[in-house]
Write a protein that binds this ligand. Structure first.
Ligand code: IMP
Length: 430
């Protein structure tokens, strides 16, 4: 099983690359996260955004799996399904959902909003999709799983957990109808009606003990690609806690999120943008809160695929990337969006962090959320030209080739895939 995951704070371009690589695989599997993800694909002049469905769904002759490590919102899922069915895709054949995936309930979404509101200016900047409350119920051993919808006592189980959630919402003094901070109007009763309708649709899909499915694929020598969501620096254990998501976005999450033994892991593809972005709160040492950051945001169209929020932008951060590569055992780097830097005279890369006491480090300090870290930069000359119709790495302008070579040398991992536009076709591979 190969694994593809983001090495930064998410939004690295995983959707495009998974769709590009998919023809080499028999199964594409999501292993963590949920509708907080937004994987964008461009082909045949159309943009597609997937939230919970794996990015191999547009390719024929392969199976897509939503693994046990995922938290699934049936309502958002149903909307995604309908859009794909309208395009003529046969999802009965192409998609399987693990019976052990956890369900996001309507009350999880309200609890997410209530908890964020209670944090005031310390808020995480959650996507408000109910991710954290759903994973809390999973770890608290009270969650509902996809397989539960096939049981006769599902409504009773739902009522029981809802009762607990209502008590919490009342603790937060959070109303059951109103408007969320992101402008979304909500009404719990209406949300529940949608939820139970979506559950009926979910029952019509293939629900499976997917750990058996993945392992039998691997046993037969078929090729499996695990598709990460969010990014390594948002990992619940290793990200800048508490400004993280609620799952293991790093490589081990693929093993637990699919039921595959570590010894079956082959290549680990680490995907990075040629600069950095982050959406939501939390430390971001190389952030550019100036016109250069604004230029990156504008040219890179750095607005969230899920929430539409403006992403924070900054230069490439080697200490952060080294950390992510170490945690994941990355074997190949995929570099995305260098074309966004085409018109920059100078481009910087952070090589070290300077701590408040003057010490230089290449490590991510525990105190990263509490102290101001000064990035130490190396400056590169820009390539100042468009990137079009590239046929191979040899066609890259010398200044860009030097930029990539520096990244490879510093991170000690080769860049084997280079993407220079959102389109499927504009991708080079070594
Ligand atoms: P949550 O996962 O919605 O609880 O959000 C926790 C943090 O992770 C927030 O800062 C979000 O902006 C960020 N986040 C969650 N999902 C994504 C993603 O797919 N891409 C980028 N950031 C994300």
């Amino acid at each position: 099983m190969d694994i593809l995951l983001g090495l930064q704070w998410g939004d690295e371009g995983k959707g495009k690359v998974v769709d590009f690589l998919a023809p080499k695989y028999d199964l594409i599997a999501r292993f963590q996260g949920g509708p907080n993800a937004g994987h964008t694909l461009h082909f045949e002049n159309t943009k597609h955004v997937l939230h919970q469905i794996p990015s191999g769904i547009f390719r024929e002759k392969l199976l897509n799996l939503i693994g046990n490590g995922v938290v699934l919102d049936p309502v958002i899922f149903n909307k995604e399904i309908l859009a794909l069915v309208n395009m003529g895709l046969d999802l009965q054949k192409r998609l399987v959902v693990s019976k052990k995936a956890q369900l996001i309930l309507p009350t999880h979404r309200l609890l997410d909003a209530a908890s964020e509101k209670a944090k005031g200016d310390k808020k995480i900047g959650s996507t408000l999709k109910g991710i954290s409350p759903a994973y809390q119920d999973k770890i608290g051993r009270t969650g509902l799983r996809v397989g539960d919808i096939l049981q006769t006592d599902f409504a009773d189980k739902y009522a029981k957990i809802k009762e607990k959630h209502l008590a919490w919402l009342s603790f937060y003094q959070f109303p059951l109808q109103g408007t969320l901070s992101n402008g979304m109007n909500y009404d719990l009763e209406a949300m529940e009606t949608d939820f139970f309708a979506a559950i009926e649709s979910l029952k019509k899909l293939t629900l499976a003990d997917s750990e058996y499915l993945v392992n039998s694929y691997l046993q037969q020598g078929k090729k499996v690609l695990a598709e990460g969501a969010q990014g390594s620096l948002l990992d619940i254990d290793f990200g800048s806690y508490p400004f993280v998501t609620s799952s293991n976005t790093t490589v081990a999450g693929a093993c637990t999120g699919l039921g595959v033994a570590p010894k079956k892991v082959g290549e680990v593809f680490g995907i990075l943008k040629a600069y950095s972005t982050r959406v939501g709160g939390g430390p971001f040492p190389t952030e550019l809160a100036d016109e250069t950051g604004e230029k990156l945001r504008k040219i890179g169209n750095e607005f969230g695929a899920t929430t539409g929020r403006a992403r924070r932008c900054g230069w490439l951060d080697l200490p952060a990337l080294k950390y992510a590569i170490m945690l994941n055992g990355v074997t190949q780097l995929f570099m995305m969006k260098a074309d966004v830097l085409n018109s920059f005279e100078e481009i910087k890369i952070c090589t070290h962090y300077k701590l408040p006491d003057g010490t230089l480090t290449e490590q991510m300090p525990f105190e990263i959320t509490d102290v101001v870290i000064e990035p130490v930069y190396k400056t590169f000359k820009g390539w100042n030209c468009d990137l079009q119709n590239l046929k191979s790495f040899a066609d890259l302008p010398p200044a860009l080739a030097a930029y990539i070579a520096f990244v490879e040398e510093s991170l000690d991992v080769p860049v084997t895939l280079f993407s220079y536009s959102p389109n499927r076709a504009d991708t080079l591979m070594k």
